[in-house]
Ligand binder design. Structure first.
Ligand code: FUB
Ligand code: ZN
Length: 650
């Protein structure tokens, strides 16, 4: 199914989605210019448009008081309903709606969103401040506890305002957001008024506002927010009650930070903003920080599913290499943030390893957050379950549903990038776009059936025949699971690939993970890529204690799980010996259509009657991890014992 593109109108703000930055190497092609027609992703975009957004709307305006809070502020009185950060969910839902409306125009949904926006605008204070919790509870308390998410909510308001304006051309929400940003700038960026954002997010939002308006003070304000950290300025719950500045990445200045700490979503949003700032200011200190922290994450804190944030206690990072499976937190929002950050790192460096990480997180941990039906959500995404864990309709703290909705609806922004002269193909998604390279329109069209198989065709049709380079990402999973030493393929087995142009092998080198195909391109040229997919047994490094003597299965970029619904009692007794033979087949009728991995393997069980251990060979089916828990509650595991001696029976 094809997604449609509509144009925005009445531009009051300059809509440069990613303006030229001094030290940024490549720029993503915005999703609004990319039409997706893809077996894997089109149904995902449709389900978000049809079911997820519907769930967000219902819970925002009917089943919770989120919209009523804005009404009460406008009326001048009433009791605040919900939690102090709930305004952010309204804004994030609007952002998701905006992206989705671009793909699937819907007059009724747009009209309803306009009504929300009127209510939001009516709740804004004369000085630009906007927060229903503090306005209803007494404005005298505003801007006191740095953890209370006032700036975080402002950040989501800014992102929503920009997104809605870019889709519809309606600037009401963007004007509200800009007025709030101006309030924050005037209120804080004066001498001796420190402020450490307890939940980051405003930095990246201000950078978007800077790119949207070309107003330098938003860049300066974003940089100011980052610069506040690590100087002992924190006041409020995190600092006074919890005594935990690491929780909010505030123990030392950002320029000195080398290790990931604390709350995972906060960290991801912070470093996304820092990357955006560094691309403008060429701040080498920030780049060093992010390089070191990125290494720390992928070498010591990264789940094979791409999830991050092992612990529920701080909703974030734990000790290095401490990656429990059943209690893995891996918040959906953290995966969304990981996608954002890795895209920015790729923009700064033009290195494909960041897209390798982005792809792993996107295709596994992130989309695990949403059910096949689109209206059930995981908050945490564990890698094992005893069968009592399931997706929910909604949450008290409801950050995840609208977050995954905004990511999926803007998927088009992650497929292609460009430099001034060249084109980059990052993700393998059936899609088309036209990119202006050096005043030459280049039409690009991808077809294939990724991630279910590795054959991808990319048509490159410039209006005028011209020499330039097409950088095609050679996915890292072909040779290693993750660009770090945390995991490796058993027996160092790698997957091969071939690339031809117009049927002939290309003579091209791989640069920073991209095959650089430099030639005089002409209309109708075609790149054919064939990535050999084989079932890979993944093993963990010795430091990763929880996975010792266990393997995970992967096919292409997809990590697999064994769910008891297909394999009764597999959680208690399955092991996969070294010589196991795997078969992969596409099952069109299973879970919306998916590759399954099937194999014969032993399951051991205790026979109560005879008081003996029995071993039985069974036909096992493994499904893509992101599809588990779509057939009711069921036990599940990603890391499976390799030997009888590591089997657990309980
Ligand atoms: O605090 C706002 C959001 O709620 C965070 O990003 C999530 O981790 C959850 O705590
Ligand atoms: Zn969340």
């Amino acid at each position: 199914m094809r997604s449609f593109l509509i144009c925005s109108a009445g531009l009051l703000f300059s809509a440069s989605l990613w303006a030229q930055s001094p030290s940024q190497k490549i720029y993503p092609i915005n999703f609004s210019k990319v039409a997706i027609e893809d077996n894997f992703w089109s149904p995902q975009l449709e389900k978000v448009a049809n079911a997820t957004i519907d769930a967000c709307v219902t819970y925002t305006e009917d089943k919770t008081g989120r919209i009523r809070n804005f009404e009460k502020v406008a009326q001048g009185s009433g009791k605040h309903e919900g939690i102090y950060y709930d305004d952010s969910d309204v804004y994030k839902a609007i952002e998701a709606i905006a992206y989705s409306l671009k793909n699937f125009p819907d007059k009724e949904l747009e009209a309803n969103t306009d009504v929300w926006i009127d209510k939001i605008a009516a709740a804004q204070q004369a000085d630009g401040y906007l927060n229903t919790y503090y306005t209803l509870n007494g404005l005298q308390d505003r801007w006191k506890d740095m953890e209370r998410h006032e700036d975080y909510c402002a950040g989501h308001l800014i992102e929503a305002g920009i997104a809605y304006y870019n889709t519809t051309g309606k600037d009401k929400l963007l004007k509200v957001a800009t007025k709030f940003a101006d309030h924050i700038d005037n209120y804080f960026r004066v001498p001796n008024k420190p402020w450490v954002s307890g939940h980051e997010g405003i930095e990246l939002a201000l950078m978007k506002l800077y790119h949207q308006t070309n107003e330098k003070r938003y860049l300066q304000l974003a940089d100011w927010f980052v610069d506040q950290r690590g100087k002992g300025h924190g006041v409020g719950k995190i600092w006074d009650e919890w005594k935990d500045p690491e929780y909010a990445q505030d123990a030392i200045p950002v320029r000195d930070q080398r290790k990931i700490t604390g709350h995972a979503v906060r960290a991801m949003y912070l470093y996304t903003g820092v990357a955006d700032i560094a691309s403008e200011t060429k701040d080498e200190g920030y780049v060093k920080t992010m390089d070191a922290i990125w290494d720390d994450v992928v070498n010591k804190h990264y789940y094979i599913t791409g999830g991050i944030g092992a612990q529920g206690t701080n909703e974030g990072f734990g000790k290095p290499y401490d990656l429990p499976n059943e209690s893995a937190y891996c918040e959906t929002c953290a995966s969304v943030g990981m996608v954002f950050w890795n895209q920015r790192m790729n923009m700064l460096s033009a290195q494909a390893k960041y897209i390798d990480v982005l792809e792993r997180t996107l295709y596994n941990a992130a989309i695990d957050g949403i059910s096949l039906t689109g209206n059930r959500f995981f908050y945490g995404n564990p890698l094992a379950s005893d069968g009592n864990y399931e997706r929910s309709e909604w949450f008290g703290t409801a950050c995840c549903p609208s977050n995954i909705a905004r990511l999926v609806s803007s998927l088009g922004s992650y497929i292609y990038s460009r430099s001034a002269t060249d084109l980059y193909v990052n993700l393998f998604v059936g899609s088309e776009t036209t990119v202006d390279l050096n005043k030459n329109e280049v039409f690009v069209k991808q077809t294939g059936n990724y991630p279910w198989n590795g054959q991808v065709s990319i048509e490159v049709s410039p209006k005028k025949a011209k020499e330039f380079a097409v950088f095609v990402r050679i996915p890292g999973w072909l040779k290693e699971p993750v660009p770090s030493s945390l995991y490796h393929y058993k027996n160092n087995k790698t997957n091969n690939y071939t690339v031809t142009v117009n049927g002939k092998p290309v003579n091209a080198a791989v640069e920073d993970g991209y095959l650089k195909i430099n030639r005089k391109w002409k209309k109708g040229d075609k790149i054919d890529m064939n990535m050999n997919m084989e079932v890979q047994r993944i093993v963990s490094s010795d430091e990763l204690k929880q996975n010792q003597n266990r393997i995970a299965l992967q096919y292409g970029p997809i990590v697999y799980a064994v769910e008891d619904v297909d394999n009764p009692n597999a959680r208690n007794g399955l092991f996969i010996p070294e010589n196991t033979q795997f078969q992969v087949s596409y099952k069109p009728d299973l879970l919306g259509g998916a590759n399954v991995i099937q194999f014969k393997a032993p399951i051991v069980a205790i026979d109560q009657a005879s008081n003996q251990v029995l071993q039985q060979e069974r036909e096992i089916t493994a499904i893509p991890y992101f599809l588990w828990n779509n057939r009711g509650k069921s036990a599940m595991q990603v890391w499976i014992p390799e030997k009888l001696t590591s089997v657990r029976i309980d």
